[in-house]
Design a protein around this ligand. Structure first.
Ligand SMILES: [Fe+2]
Length: 285
């Protein structure tokens, strides 16, 4: 990947694209080999050690008053130029490009659903938490429910949870843990990260997007559920109705990742129009 990182600023500069680096579908989300594997494993090891019921409740309290900053959507998109996601085995370029790549992929496939295009642009904006000083293991990566035993399809399931205190706690270490069967994912305490935070930002600022948009953003990183097929015992009927939306979104979140970076200046006016329609002005983060 021809991307240079300036260690002094953490800024990343895209250079020429090498077509050899464009991947085919089977090469995404490889957690057993690849040049970024050590960094990815280290992020998940920390996440799976420290994401506990108490930790997540604390983060909800800490960020629940949206007093971090006042910013527009595009200001946050631009801020993500400073972020490289250390949990992602597939990309080593700034997250803002991923936002536009995802949005444009959805726009090509679903030209009539402008709200869905905007979901592509918005879905990772919660990663601004990393720029607010939060460690990456509490921001990025796949999510999983805390308060019950991690299921088989969680990445690095067998090598990263041994130091998590919740797994020694009988309240939290059974298959259902602290939940009732089919309680609904909205009632489940997910590991804390950019999905839940952005969902809460959208609610707090009263985005006028459809419920599907809120749902997709809240659970787009819950791979053990939407792709792994686990955690069905926690799902309500409504979750199963929404699942195809999350899976449709995921195609674009994952397979539009390529080192050919979009011309952001050309795309901006279209997305500014969507922002003005659904989530205008200065927002509370
Ligand atoms: Fe994401």
């Amino acid at each position: 990947m021809k991307v240079a990182v300036d260690p002094n600023t953490s800024l990343v500069y895209p250079r020429n694209v090498d077509p050899e680096t464009v991947k085919d579908k089977n090469n995404f989300r490889n957690y057993t080999s690849g040049p970024l594997l050590d960094r990815v494993f280290a992020t998940y090891k920390l996440m799976h050690t420290h994401q506990t019921v108490d930790f997540v409740r604390g983060k909800h309290a800490q960020f629940g008053d949206f007093s971090y900053k006042k910013m527009t959507v595009l200001e946050v998109v631009d801020m993500l130029d400073q972020l490289v996601d250390e949990s992602d085995p597939d990309v080593d370029f700034p997250n803002s490009f991923h936002a536009y790549q995802t949005a444009e992929g959805i726009r090509r496939a679903h030209p009539d659903k402008d709200w869905f295009h905007l979901v592509g642009l918005l879905h990772d904006l919660g990663k601004v938490l990393a720029l607010a000083g939060e460690p990456q293991w509490a921001v990025v990566g796949d999510t999983f429910p805390v308060g019950c035993r991690p299921q088989g399809s969680v990445v690095f399931r067998d090598s990263t949870f041994q130091d998590n205190p919740d797994l020694q706690d009988p309240r939290y270490s059974t298959e259902l843990g602290m939940y009732q069967p089919h309680c609904g994912l909205g009632n489940v305490l997910m590991s804390w990260g950019h999905d839940e935070y952005m969902y809460q930002v959208m609610k707090f600022n009263k985005f006028s997007l459809p419920p599907e948009a809120f749902y997709i953003i809240r659970f787009h990183s819950f791979y053990p559920w939407h792709t792994g097929g686990d955690y069905r015992q926690l799902c309500s009927e409504q979750d199963l109705v929404m699942l195809p939306w999350v899976q449709e979104f995921n195609k674009f979140d994952l397979y539009t990742k390529c080192p050919e970076l979009p011309d952001v200046d050309k795309l901006r006016p279209y997305y500014q129009g969507l922002i003005d329609k659904y989530c205008p002005g200065v927002l509370s983060w």
